[in-house]
Write a protein that binds this ligand. Structure first.
Ligand SMILES: Cc1ncc(COP(=O)(O)O)c(C=O)c1O
Length: 410
């Protein structure tokens, strides 16, 4: 008799996940069935960056692998929540770049990636039937991360006016606070700069969210995957907040240092949360990657010492800002579509005035341009698509060509 898989995994297999759908579109075999030659495809689908990693990082890896002893050390397990030297380097990084207050190594848990850490954190924070509040739209992977890790319920608060296509989080602060107080979610999960909208949440919005969660004894979790990619000179003050009883932040090396394939993430939280993560993480990944921690530690120490870290981050932000402005100009030049002006990160969202999933199929078949349908990010983006300019940051002509090609469908 053939054994059956768990109900959860079966139901998961039946539901189309936005991430799986994106992966399917990028599959060479699928493109072939549509008669698209890979060399003619312009893809705005990838949520990844394409700048060079810091030189100090490359140097650190070289030094580690070319030295017998460090190479040997990098093959050992690290402590469950990461090495002290790497935690100290994270504290240095945060203080040097954002003057983060009240942050000590005891507030840090290092993991394999922010994806893994978020799942483990949800296990630490949530009981079955607790609620997690996400904005609508919000990062498409959260839904599956929360559902696979816990039996919590996801609730949503819309921040796009679908008629005017205005990102109206600031206008809806009062309603947001009322919603938190009425629904009493155990955790409110925000991203800033955001995926998919590339908006940076305002200080007022985050302060209001923080005060609301404090008033009901819940957690505000801020995902800072794109923290180092903000286009305005003035950065909101909450980028400098250290952890408190109610505030947790999640960080990733993937984007700022282009380490998507050499992943490392960390959580900043109160010691009680960190201690609870210790037992969960020891059963999920046992410990984070030692080589990446060693390299990160060397890289940050050297780049802070030589004063190259801040200029590197500034240059990276400026390059994506240029690509963002170029994208905005091309959308305006070739279309009359409504869209969001990016304030950081890699994306914009465009109103396509029809089902975004249908539009994506049509655009792919008729123009060889790949976008991501908006539905996976929330109901507000059902008639929209996400465009990522990250992979094309140094190929601006291709961005223009892609937008020009797809414009006839808009
Ligand atoms: C908002 C957000 N959080 C987290 C991640 C994943 O980060 P990591 O590579 O650290 O798992 C992504 C990746 O696209 C993201 O967009």
């Amino acid at each position: 008799m053939k054994p059956v898989l768990s109900k959860k995994s079966q139901s998961f297999k039946r539901t189309i996940s936005p991430v799986r759908q994106i992966m399917m579109y990028a599959d060479q075999a699928y493109l072939k069935t549509l008669g698209i030659k890979p060399e003619n495809l312009i893809s705005f689908a990838g949520g990844w960056v394409n700048h060079k990693a810091p030189l100090e990082l490359q140097k650190a890896y070289k030094e580690i692998v070319s030295d017998d002893e460090s190479m040997h050390a990098s093959g050992g397990y690290s402590p469950t929540l990461g090495m002290l030297g790497c935690k100290e380097a994270i504290v240095k990084f945060e203080k040097h770049t954002y003057a983060v207050q009240n942050l000590e190594p005891c507030h840090i848990a290092i993991g394999a990636s922010s994806t893994q850490l978020l799942s483990d954190l949800m296990r630490v924070l949530l009981d079955p039937d607790d609620k997690v509040l996400l904005l609508d739209p919000s990062y498409c992977n959260y839904q599956s991360q929360i559902v696979t890790a816990t039996d919590a319920n996801i609730i949503r608060f819309p921040v796009i006016d679908v008629d005017t296509w205005e990102y109206n989080a600031d206008k809806r602060i009062g309603a947001f606070v009322d919603y938190i107080q009425k629904e009493r979610p155990k955790a409110v999960l925000l991203v800033s700069p955001d995926n998919p909208t590339s908006q940076v949440l305002s200080q007022d919005f985050v302060v209001a969210a923080y005060e609301a969660v404090c008033s009901i004894g819940s957690f505000l979790v801020v995902d800072f995957a794109y923290k180092d990619m903000v286009f305005e000179e003035k950065i909101p003050e909450y980028f400098s907040w250290g952890p408190t009883d109610n505030l947790i932040s999640i960080h990733s090396n993937s984007k700022w240092s282009r380490s998507l394939g050499r992943r490392l993430g960390w959580i900043e939280a109160d010691e009680s949360v960190i201690q609870a993560l210790d037992s969960i993480q020891s059963s999920t990944i046992l410990c984070p990657d030692t080589l990446h921690q060693m390299a990160f530690q060397r890289c940050v120490n050297e780049a802070v010492e030589n004063n190259t870290l801040r200029p590197y981050i500034k240059k990276v932000s400026d390059d994506y800002k240029k690509a963002a402005f170029f994208t905005v100009a091309a959308i305006k030049k070739y279309t009359n579509a409504k869209f969001l002006v990016p304030q950081g990160g890699l994306f914009t969202c465009i109103d396509v005035s029809m089902d975004g999933a249908v539009f994506v199929e049509k655009a792919l078949k008729e123009t060889g341009v790949l976008l991501v349908p908006g539905w996976g990010f929330g109901k507000t983006l059902k008639n929209a698509v996400r465009l990522s300019f990250g992979p094309l940051v140094y190929d601006l002509q291709k961005i223009e060509e892609g937008i020009k090609r797809v414009s006839r469908l808009l």
